[in-house]
Design a protein around this ligand. Structure first.
Ligand code: BDR
Ligand code: CA
Length: 309
């Protein structure tokens, strides 16, 4: 049975690839897509989500717009990484064929969770603003699990000790982690194992479809910003790691540990404090991704792009 899934995202080049994986992989059933401000404004992220679904021919999946701002902080976008559109690379001038849902992300999330016959997994690949609002609603929704791309067991990528999705909305991340809903964190320590090497790009090129060519252009842009900003030889494809964890938990090995989100620190807001060594004595409250099966990960992604034609 395919795992029922909602993807809450801020596309974003790696979010776009996470969407393609979730649309095409037979191990998951993508029921809905919701957007959140992060990589770009929520307007641009919503347009990009519609664009990706249109390119993938996934017009049956609703796309709803979520939070335009973090819970309490000012939005900080990542146009240095993802460009002016949030999905720079290929130039699109037409309107995506997939429309925006008339529902807000919150309405769509609650509706899908209320009506689906079995608990649904939410994969979040942006700030946790929408998810925090969802968990604050009554009755508490019947979620199977939240799997998040965000945080790090090590250092950050937007602050010395904070990863971007955590740093954009630390208060939301804190509320979600404290909620008690089963929570998995796929942080930089594991997503930096998912590097889009020239060999991976060559595999997309060999697929040869219009969608695969778009993926090559996306990855080429993403590689250029990661090279210029961070000195990476190949960019890390963060967000699909969280989808891959749901597709097959063996692809992303996790350990159980205590996780808290720093919200008060003058220099450390958004730090994900993971007690891998049991220093604090606090009980485990999260699954923390630590190791990626690179071969299995990339074959699922390449197969997804090829399957979408
Ligand atoms: C995360 O931040 C965003 O720029 C990416 O889409 C990813 O979700 C990586 O830190
Ligand atoms: Ca993202």
């Amino acid at each position: 049975m395919a795992v029922p899934l909602i993807l809450d995202c801020d596309p974003g080049h790696d979010d776009a690839m996470a969407l393609l994986l979730a649309i095409a992989d037979p191990a998951v059933d993508l029921l809905a897509v919701t957007t959140v401000a992060g990589n770009q404004t929520v307007d641009k992220c919503t347009l990009n989500a519609r664009r990706v679904l249109s390119l993938a021919g996934a017009s049956h999946i609703p796309v709803a717009r979520g939070a335009a701002q973090p819970l309490v902080r000012r939005l900080r976008i990542a146009d240095d990484v993802h460009g002016q559109t949030g999905l720079d690379g290929p130039l699109f001038t037409d309107e995506p064929s997939v429309p925006e849902s008339p529902y807000s992300a919150h309405e769509l999330l609650t509706d899908v969770l209320r009506t689906h016959p079995t608990p649904v997994t939410v994969v979040a690949t942006g700030a946790l603003t929408n998810v925090a609002a969802l968990l604050a609603s009554e009755p508490v929704p019947n979620l199977a699990e939240i799997v998040w791309m965000g945080g790090s067991t090590d250092r950050g990528n937007i602050q010395p000790l904070a990863e971007a999705n955590a740093a954009v909305d630390p208060e939301a991340a804190d509320q979600v982690v404290r909620s008690g809903v089963p929570f998995t964190m796929c942080g930089l320590n594991v997503t930096h194992q998912a590097l889009v090497t020239d060999e991976i790009v060559a595999q997309f090129e060999r697929i040869g479809t219009p969608l695969a060519r778009v993926c090559v252009e996306w990855m080429t842009f993403f590689a250029s910003t990661y090279r210029d900003l961070f000195g990476f030889a190949a960019p890390p494809l963060h967000d699909p790691v969280a989808v891959a964890r749901v597709i097959d938990p063996a692809i992303v090995r996790c350990v159980e540990a205590n996780l808290v989100i720093e919200t008060q620190g003058e220099w450390t807001a958004g730090a994900t404090v993971v007690d891998l060594d049991g220093y604090t004595g606090r009980p485990a409250n999260a699954r923390i991704a630590v190791e990626l099966d690179r071969g299995a990960f990339w074959s699922r992604i390449v197969a997804a792009v090829a399957a979408l034609g």
